[in-house]
Design a protein around this ligand. Structure first.
Ligand code: C2E
Ligand code: MG
Ligand code: MG
Ligand code: MG
Length: 282
């Protein structure tokens, strides 16, 4: 597994990251060591068809267990990995691991299983990205059509020309693309229309808001209508209650993931969960 430092990357961080420079440096050192010593691993959260209750795939989510058994949340270490360039090799590890797990799911008879993988901006823009993606698919023996990449709204919005080329390359490999945390960024409608993506993933803030106020529900309805109007599938994240599931269905959103169905789980657990008829709260 390649662990080289990404060219031109920096070990220094800006103060706006919240934790002080020395602490960040320590954390990054730990992350580097953790990666080399295999303390990073991937968990999977099932994604459901909201009306049938059938699992249609899973999102791969990275975890880091430190030497003393503590978990550092990805929201803390992913930004560090991005700023240090370490995300290039960590991202490749996630891609390869998730592709191998996809292969297993397909072999276990879960036809059309869709594996969704989060991609960072630095990874997406790295010149070797398409190559890394094709090799990960080839080595795992899976087809692009069973893979979906999740990119954030802000990633899709910068540098139109480059992003459109990248999306076209990805499309050619059969891989689909979702815009993650949709609604939290500031994408213009005209820009969104130009982008060749397949799915909008509604941020869990809207799922929560939809239930708590009528303004919230109006906004959720607008976001869902927007996606559908653009001919995209809409998926919701962070579904925690049966009421939310029903409300999303009523608003026209037919796919989702959240603690109501299952928490992110380790590979063996996912396999058991999928073949055990998917008990709730696994
Ligand atoms: P995300 O891609 O939006 O992932 C969804 C997050 O929501 C996950 O947090 C998941 O555990 C959490 N979640 C799922 N269902 C529920 C629910 O019902 N309620 C609540 N409150 N939360 C729920 P997690 O695993 O902590 O990941 C946080 C973020 O870190 C991700 O947000 C993604 O942006 C990033 N991330 C995780 N793994 C990777 C990775 O492999 N590569 C990259 N580039 N980013 C990653
Ligand atoms: Mg995601
Ligand atoms: Mg998300
Ligand atoms: Mg989110």
């Amino acid at each position: 597994r390649a662990k080289q430092q990404h060219r031109g990357s920096s070990q220094y961080f800006s103060p706006e990251m919240g934790i002080d420079a020395r602490e960040r440096f320590k954390l990054l050192k730990g992350l580097r060591a953790g990666f080399e010593e295999n303390r990073l691993f991937v968990v999977y959260q099932p994604q459901m068809d909201l009306s049938s209750g059938r699992a249609i795939g899973a999102e791969a989510l990275l975890r880091w267990r430190t030497e003393d058994g503590k978990f550092v949340p990805p929201d803390q270490f992913i930004p560090l990995a991005e700023q240090s360039g370490l995300i290039i090799s960590i991202g490749e590890f996630v891609l390869r691991t998730a592709c191998h797990q996809l292969k297993r799911m397909l072999e276990q008879g879960h036809a059309d299983f869709r594996m969704c993988i989060n991609i960072s901006l630095a990874q997406f823009r790295h010149p070797g990205f398409m190559n890394v993606l094709s090799l990960a698919l080839r080595d795992a023996g899976v087809e692009g059509r069973n893979i979906e990449l999740e990119i954030t709204e802000s990633m899709a919005m910068g540098d139109t020309e480059l992003v459109m080329h990248l999306l076209a390359d990805i499309k050619r490999s059969g891989v689909t693309v979702a815009i993650d945390d949709f609604g939290t960024g500031f994408s213009s409608l005209s820009h969104l229309r130009q982008l060749d993506v397949d799915r909008l993933k509604i941020d869990r803030a809207f799922v929560r808001e939809a239930q708590s106020s009528s303004a919230g529900s109006t906004i959720a309805q607008m976001v869902i209508n927007l996606g559908r109007g653009l001919g995209l599938t809409v998926i919701a994240e962070g579904i925690e209650t049966e009421e939310q599931r029903q409300q999303l269905l009523a608003l026209g959103c037919h796919e989702g993931q959240g603690y109501l169905f299952a928490r992110p789980m380790q590979a063996e657990m996912l396999e058991r969960w999928m073949s055990d008829g998917q008990p709730r709260g696994a």
